[in-house]
Design a protein around this ligand. Structure first.
Ligand SMILES: Nc1ncnc2c1ncn2[C@@H]1O[C@H](COP(=O)(O)OP(=O)(O)OP(=O)(O)O)[C@@H](O)[C@H]1O
Ligand SMILES: [Mg+2]
Length: 394
């Protein structure tokens, strides 16, 4: 079991930070227990601040039977209505009251046609306790839903509080961790309790003592920061020479760079001409990389990088709106792109199901862990194909 699950709060009292929010949830649950109808709760706040944990702890502590509607993939209007709609009308088999959890409703996007309005319909009936979670309380798509809910906002958990938690975990696991390490992990986490616990687990793996020297394992963060800097230069500098330099010096696998560029190109090259030009460059880079693979002809890497660098010059218009860079949906490696994309999605759906996360967030939070600890593959019940794919990604 991952430490983030092992040490997740099982009672509301154990939830760290945000005391008044927790208190409101308690009062809400107690009122339902007395048979007093309460408006649905919309819990919002940054990632790893405890939104899902609060819902889960609430169900456990008050003996609600949890019905979780969390995999974005399945939440079409019909399924929402069928499962949650019916559940809210009836008591469970054992006469327990049901708590319906719509986790990460902000991720129910256009893909889930009718999903959000089906949710709204159920909120209006409001026959059993319902909790929704979302990162951003002001997401315009949630306007209708927000109107029907009582909104509870969580803030980042403080560094001090996270330090205390990490110390408790280290003690419970009987590992000695230098104070400086605890402090650095807590700081890095920026209030994201999940990432703090994951980092500690990663550092402590197989050790009895964790010292400052061990912190270098966390440098993957720098790697990710690194790739964002490269993206910025290639996609925004409009300078071929700077872009080429950044790509060459990144030391990253060209296939990896290509995947990041493809994912993020539409965010900067928003004008149709720029976008078409950029994709043209990237597909040429892809052809060159294909030759590297097929003929082991490494000279082609340079041409591929040049094509990628030329993406910078394809941007001829200002972009209309700011869109932050993102993790590639499909880390495309070599050929067989579809199948790999499919496998990757399936891997992170499995991870997400275990960790109560959407596949996208699961990929962001657990990709590196999975690479570092192949043993986790069994924990997440990955099959042989999925394991092989993970191994093949550098
Ligand atoms: N406030 C908290 N108190 C104690 N543990 C927490 C808290 N917040 C997060 N955690 C720990 O981090 C893990 C992930 O937290 P949780 O799933 O509640 O985050 P979240 O707010 O739902 O984030 P996301 O937006 O990414 O879904 C939990 O399993 C738990 O171990
Ligand atoms: Mg969550």
């Amino acid at each position: 079991m991952l430490w983030a699950d092992k040490y997740a709060p099982s009672r509301l009292d154990e939830v760290l930070g945000n005391p008044s929010a927790v208190k409101q949830v308690k009062e809400w649950a107690e009122a339902w227990k007395r048979g007093e109808r309460q408006p649905p709760l919309l819990i919002t706040g940054p990632t790893g601040s405890g939104k899902t944990s609060i819902a889960l702890a609430c169900a456990k502590e008050y003996g609600f039977q949890l019905l979780e509607m969390n995999t974005g993939e399945q939440r079409t209007g019909k399924t929402v209505e069928r499962t949650a709609g019916q559940a809210s009308m009836t008591l469970s088999l054992f006469g327990k009251m049901r708590l319906i959890l719509f986790d990460e409703v902000d991720l129910m996007t256009s893909g889930d046609r009718g999903g959000l309005s089906a949710v709204a319909k159920i909120l209006k009936q409001n026959t059993s306790p319902i909790i929704l979670t979302a990162e951003n309380a002001f997401d315009p798509r949630l306007r209708e839903i927000r109107r029907l809910c009582k909104v509870i906002k969580l803030r980042r958990v403080s560094t001090r509080t996270i330090e205390k938690l990490l110390k408790d975990i280290a003690e419970a696991e009987d590992i000695s961790v230098e104070d400086e390490v605890i402090r650095r992990i807590a700081e890095y986490s920026e209030g994201d309790v999940r990432s703090a616990i994951n980092d500690l687990e990663m550092l402590a793996r197989g050790k009895k003592r964790v010292t400052v020297e061990d912190l270098s394992v966390l440098s993957y963060r720098d790697r990710e920061k690194g790739i964002f800097d490269v993206l910025k230069i290639v996609l925004e500098s409009r300078s071929f020479s700077m872009a080429r330099k950044a790509l060459m010096e990144s030391g990253e696998d060209p296939g990896f760079l290509l995947a990041w560029l493809e994912e993020n190109l539409p965010r900067t090259h928003q004008h149709p001409e720029d976008l078409a030009g950029g994709f043209e460059r990237l597909s040429r880079a892809d052809v060159y990389l294909g030759r590297v693979m097929k003929r082991q002809d490494y000279g082609n890497i340079r041409y591929a990088l040049d094509e990628m660098a030329l993406v910078s010059e394809e941007k001829k218009h200002h972009r209309k709106k700011f869109m932050p860079f993102d993790f590639p949906q499909s880390l495309r490696i070599r050929s067989g792109i579809k199948r790999e994309g499919y496998l990757l999605r399936s891997i992170f759906r499995k991870v997400g199901r275990k960790c109560h996360l959407s596949s996208k967030k699961a990929a962001e939070s657990y990709f590196v862990l999975l690479k570092l600890f192949p043993g986790l593959a069994d924990y997440f019940e990955l099959d042989e194909d999925e394991k092989r794919l993970l191994e093949s990604i550098k």
